[in-house]
Design a protein around this ligand. Structure first.
Ligand code: THU
Length: 163
């Protein structure tokens, strides 16, 4: 039997000015995107901003539906839009921020499992890491350097074989 521990470095910042200029700008774009959330059911608004290798920023917010499962998370709205508007252009980073009308979100909300799987598809395809910057309405900022860090042992296209 072999035992293997899988871990990663989570960077925790107390202030936005500890981030790079690019990351600060991306986080601001995510906060702006959050305002466009359509979240009448959960009242939980999420904004995401994706930075592409060509310098473009693509934003997304959660879009809910009266038929709950038909809604989509902010992260997937953003990355799918990036893929559709700029096919083949690598994603460098994604910033995500969440706010609730019911309580103050003071810890970063991490992306759900479906969003992690959706984003890691692009990381695997482009063969370069996508960093993740997370923030609530207030409180600390978390940064991870790769999707693979937060989705270890991920499913990927190699399992599907040659077809
Ligand atoms: N949500 C996101 O936009 N991203 C996530 O990673 C988790 C949850 C949205 C979906 C739904 O509109 C609301 O937050 C409550 O789950």
């Amino acid at each position: 039997m072999e035992k293997k521990r899988i871990g990663f470095d989570l960077l925790i910042f107390q202030h936005e000015d500890e981030l790079s200029q690019k990351e600060q700008k991306l986080l601001s774009a995510a906060v702006q995107a959050r305002e466009s959330a359509y979240a009448p059911y959960s009242r939980f608004k999420v904004g995401a901003a994706v930075l592409l290798e060509n310098g473009e920023t693509v934003m997304g917010s959660n879009q809910e539906n009266a038929s709950y499962p038909s809604g989509l998370c902010a992260e997937r709205v953003a990355v799918f839009q990036a893929g559709a508007r700029f096919p083949g252009v690598a994603i460098v980073s994604i910033a995500i921020t969440a706010a609730s009308e019911g309580h103050q979100v003071d810890v970063p909300a991490a992306p759900c499992g479906n969003c992690r799987q959706s984003i890691i598809e692009y990381e695997q395809k482009q063969k370069s890491p996508i960093s993740i910057v997370l923030k609530g309405e207030k409180g600390p900022i978390y940064k991870c350097s790769s999707l693979a860090d937060i989705l270890p042992l991920a499913f990927n296209s190699s399992f599907l074989g040659d077809s």
